[in-house]
Design a protein around this ligand. Structure first.
Ligand code: KIV
Length: 257
C-alpha cells in the first residue's frame, strides 16, 4: 500500500519510527523504495549533486525534472519535493503556483518548504486550504545559509524558544510533518512530545518520530558530509575502483573478451 500523510501520523501515534532519505533520479528512487524507505524527499540538497555550492541556485524547473524521474521509480514511499529558494517566499500566489506545479506535473504527494513563524504561517495555511500537503522545516534552514551559516541552531534559550514556537505555529498552520534540522536533541524531544504531527530529524538526536539523511552522504558520494551524517558505504571508492579496472582492461585489450 502506498504511504500516505495520514499513515505517517498514525505511525507517530503507534511509536513506529519513520525512515526517510533523499533521492534525485529514477534508479536511486527505485532502490530506496524497494528497500522499504517510507518517505522519499526530492530535497534541494540535490543542488550539490548538480555541482552547486549551496541550495540557492537550484531552480523549480530543475526540481520538477528530477522529481518526475524520482516519481517514476517509486511505488510505495510518500514522495515530498522541496520548493527551491525564492519560488514561494515572494507571495502566496507564487507559493500556490510553484507547489501546484509540483503536484500536477511530477506525481509527488507533497511539498516541503523552509521557515517558520511568522514568515511561512499564512503561506502554509493557504497551501493546505488549496489541498496541497505541506511538510515544514525548522532549525537549520540551508536556504538561509547567508544569514545563519550551517551551524547548529537553538543553542541559546532564546533561539530554542523561537524554534519551539515555530514548530507549534507550523502545526497549527496545517503541516502534516516537520523536519527538525541540526538542533539540540533535547529541544527536538520537547517539540516531538508537544506536536501531534511526526517530526523527522536530521542532526536532531534520536527522539524524533523519524530520521532523514541525504542519500549521497549515506552512500559516500558527497565530497564532504555534515557532522551529523553517517556514511554507510563508500561508493566514491567503489566507483573509482570499477572505473579504473575497466580502463585498465580496455587499455590492455582484455575487454571485450
Ligand atoms: O534538501 C534536503 O535534502 C533536505 C534535508 C536535509 C531534510 O531538506
Amino acid at each position: 500500500m502506498p504511504v500516505t500523510t495520514q499513515q505517517l501520523i498514525q505511525w507517530k501515534q503507534q511509536g513506529r519510527a519513520i525512515v526517510a532519505l533523499t533521492a534525485w533520479d529514477y534508479a536511486i528512487a527505485q532502490i530506496l523504495d524497494a528497500a522499504g524507505v517510507d518517505l522519499i524527499l526530492v530535497g534541494d540538497s540535490m543542488a550539490v549533486m548538480l555541482g552547486y555550492k549551496t541550495t540557492l541556485p537550484i531552480t523549480l524547473a530543475e526540481m520538477l525534472h528530477h522529481a518526475k524521474a524520482v516519481c517514476r521509480g517509486v511505488q510505495r514511499a510518500l514522495v515530498v519535493v522541496d520548493l527551491p529558494f525564492l519560488t514561494y517566499q515572494e507571495s502566496i500566489s507564487q507559493a500556490i503556483h510553484s507547489a501546484g506545479r509540483v503536484l500536477k506535473e511530477t506525481g509527488a504527494q507533497a511539498v516541503k518548504l523552509e521557515g517558520g513563524y511568522p514568515a511561512m504561517v499564512e503561506t502554509i495555511t493557504r497551501l493546505v486550504q488549496a489541498g496541497i500537503p505541506v511538510m515544514g522545516h525548522v532549525g537549520l534552514t540551508p536556504q538561509s545559509v547567508h544569514q545563519l551559516g550551517l551551524r547548529q541552531q537553538g543553542k541559546t534559550q532564546e533561539t530554542a524558544e523561537r524554534i519551539f514556537n515555530e514548530a507549534i505555529a507550523l502545526e497549527q498552520a496545517g503541516v502534516f510533518s516537520l523536519v527538525l534540522e541540526h538542533i539540540p536533541a533535547d529541544l527536538a524531544m520537547q517539540i516531538t512530545q508537544k506536536v501531534s504531527i511526526p517530526t523527522i530529524g536530521i542532526g536532531a538526536g534520536s527522539h524524533c518520530d523519524g530520521q532523514v539523511l541525504v542519500t549521497s552522504d549515506v552512500l559516500g558520494l558527497s565530497e564532504r558530509q555534515p557532522p551529523f551524517a553517517k556514511v554507510y558505504t563508500n561508493l566514491r571508492a567503489t566507483i573509482t575502483k570499477a572505473v579504473q579496472d575497466y580502463a585498465t582492461e580496455v587499455r590492455d585489450r582484455q575487454f571485450p573478451e
